[in-house]
Design a protein around this ligand. Structure first.
Ligand code: NAG
Ligand code: NAG
Ligand code: NAG
Ligand code: NAG
Ligand code: NAG
Ligand code: NAG
Ligand code: NAG
Ligand code: NAG
Ligand code: ZN
Length: 504
């Protein structure tokens, strides 16, 4: 009796579990997974609450809001955007600042000259996810379309995105959105399954006016309206509504800079002994002669509100050490304290800045919604390096070894909830069968029947309904470039000559 009930229970369990794959399917489903990744530069994690942004706040009902993302040092734009799409710390992917010196190449890059593969391909495992997507073994159905994301116009270890457009400071979000939607809707032979958008606000406003300002209120209202537009476009689009997963995140937050919280580096060290690269929040100092490292270090260590590390002493939590592009000395302001390095003669006075080590004001937003995500969920933080693993899971890519982990993000996934649920049911049914054999077959039968009905109800609720369409497997290897770079990337990146900080 006991054995046969247990057997019966097990048969039922396997029936339930296979049932999840055999329900009737109705709506159009893409055979390759669809994902749209959007980054609003410098969107601090607490803006949606501070400024009461209705469309951002409505995203929780559709999906998941992660409280914030813990970013890795250095909290600046190019390095962190490369971390988002590679899952690697900056010391590993090699974009360690917005201004880089590489002693091996004996070359320097600024934002205007970083569009050379040598900066992005420092090692063979730096692979942006737009490349991973295109190299997947069903690659004929996969194409990536990237707009303005740092590195997207540079072949990285030999690969460019299928479609890409250069950064253009004057381009508004609605125009970018329209382009991305068009790419998702191209004929099956050319349509993208992965879209990537970089947008330079609210970072620019944050630098000029500070994170807490009327101007920020206005800029965020604009960003919020764009989200409203995005939601409307999705809701009117059966294909994307059913299939598209969306991640909205950012690279870093923004800290208030007070007027007298700035030092001029030349006032403290003999700058003829070294070269200095970085931003205003931190600098990498390459000392020409090793014998001067201690002396420069000694001078810098007397300055209050700044941290100074010899390369070997940089704290592990920075994950910012093992790369030749990191200087002999790392000099970092405490949040809100700025460094004017030699050559930084732009008169721009910043009211907001970023680049500091892990403080809350540096953390950005994260939202996810679409078929893979749970709904109505406020989730605990994870790290910038984990976002690659999440996207890789959504895009059904082969696992790559990165510095992040899917384990850190799976609590926000629908599949995980389902898996947990079935494990619990399995456990419950088996336990019930073991514990109540003396109740007799009818009692057990009715318990199982009730569970069966419950499970089928939940499966139906989970599954909505889906229909497979078949995507032709024809790859058209056309590279696509709309904006020309004829005037130099400087003009593409910056509105005017001196405001390099705008995008840092
Ligand atoms: C399925 O398609 C119908 C008709 O196009 C639509 O009304 C319904 O909302 C769709 N269901 C889902 C889950 O998308
Ligand atoms: C933002 O502006 C609106 C008016 O447009 C105002 O009601 C609101 O209080 C402002 N929010 C903040 C945080 O300043
Ligand atoms: C900066 O200025 C504020 C007031 O303007 C003052 O309270 C503070 O002590 C000053 N700090 C420094 C380091 O000078
Ligand atoms: C350290 O500071 C002193 C006093 O300002 C200066 O004379 C000296 O050149 C500095 N040393 C170095 C190595 O920068
Ligand atoms: C700023 O410094 C650079 C060299 O670092 C120099 O080429 C440029 O002319 C300077 N600009 C101004 C406005 O002084
Ligand atoms: C690659 O394709 C094969 C055959 O379709 C499949 O079995 C395998 O799981 C795929 N590998 C990955 C990583 O998707
Ligand atoms: C990050 O990942 C790279 C590549 O797998 C690895 O070499 C490196 O050791 C990792 N860094 C840390 C801190 O684990
Ligand atoms: C980098 O940008 C500059 C200016 O836009 C352009 O002239 C150059 O060809 C680009 N380099 C590469 C490798 O794309
Ligand atoms: Zn940024």
């Amino acid at each position: 009796m006991y054995i046969s009930i247990k057997l019966f229970a097990l048969i039922l369990i396997s029936f339930f579990n296979s049932c999840i794959y055999c329900l009737p399917i109705l709506n159009e489903t893409s055979s390759t997974p669809l994902l749209l990744l959007i980054s609003f530069d410098g969107f601090r994690w607490d803006y949606p609450d501070l400024y009461k942004l209705p469309n951002f706040n409505s995203l929780i009902q559709r999906g998941v809001r992660v409280k914030y993302i813990k970013n890795n040092f250095a909290t600046v734009t190019f390095p962190l955007h490369y971390t988002i799409v590679t899952g690697l710390y900056e010391e590993t992917h090699g974009i360690v600042a917005n201004t880089i010196y590489d002693p091996k190449l004996n070359a320097t890059a600024t934002l205007d000259t970083m569009n050379d593969t040598k900066w992005w391909s420092q090692n063979s495992y730096s692979q942006p996810i737009w490349v991973s997507n295109q190299l997947a073994n069903d690659s004929k159905q996969r194409r990536s379309g990237v707009i303005a994301w740092p590195g997207c116009d540079t072949p990285i270890n030999g690969h460019l995105p299928y479609k890409y457009q250069l950064f253009n400071l004057n381009r508004k979000f609605d125009s970018i959105l329209k382009q991305i939607f068009d790419w998702f809707h191209e004929p099956i032979e050319t349509r993208i399954n992965f879209g990537v958008i970089y947008y330079p606000e609210p970072d620019i406003t944050g630098h000029h006016y500070g994170p807490i300002s009327n101007e920020m209120n206005e800029t965020l209202k604009e960003c919020d309206n764009y989200i409203g537009q995005l939601l409307k476009m999705i809701d009117n689009d059966e294909y994307l509504k059913t299939n598209l997963n969306i991640i909205i995140t950012s690279d870093h937050g923004m800290e208030v800079i007070k007027k007298n919280h700035t030092i001029i580096l030349e006032d403290y060290i003999d700058i003829s002994l070294c070269s200095v690269y970085g931003s205003r929040a931190f600098v990498n100092i390459f000392v020409h002669s090793e014998s001067n490292i201690d002396r420069i270090y000694a001078n810098l260590s007397t300055i209050p509100n700044y941290e100074v590390y010899k390369k070997s002493q940089i704290p592990e939590e920075y994950h910012y050490k093992s790369n030749i592009r990191i200087g002999d000395i790392l000099f970092v302001g405490k949040a809100g304290y700025e460094i004017i390095a030699p050559g930084d003669n732009s008169s721009t006075e910043l009211l907001g800045d970023h680049g500091y080590n892990n403080v809350e004001s540096m953390y950005p937003i994260f939202y996810g919604f679409g078929p893979v995500f749970r709904q109505n969920m406020q989730a605990d933080p994870f790290h910038t390096v984990d976002i690659y693993s999440l996207m890789s899971y959504i895009l059904k890519l082969e696992k790559r070894i990165t510095n992040g982990s899917l384990d850190n993000v799976k609590h926000i996934l629908q599949d995980h909830l389902r898996e947990k649920f079935f494990n619990e049911i399995n456990l419950f049914v088996v336990n019930t069968a073991v514990n109540i054999t003396h109740w007799g077959f009818i009692t057990v039968g009715s318990v199982i029947l009730v569970i069966l009905i419950g499970i089928i109800y939940i499966i139906v609720a989970f599954r909505h309904s889906r229909k497979l369409i078949y995507v032709e497997s024809q790859n058209v290897p056309v590279r696509y470039r709309l904006l020309s770079t004829s005037e130099g990337s400087k003009n593409n990146l910056f509105a005017d000559e001196s405001d390099n900080e705008e995008i840092q």
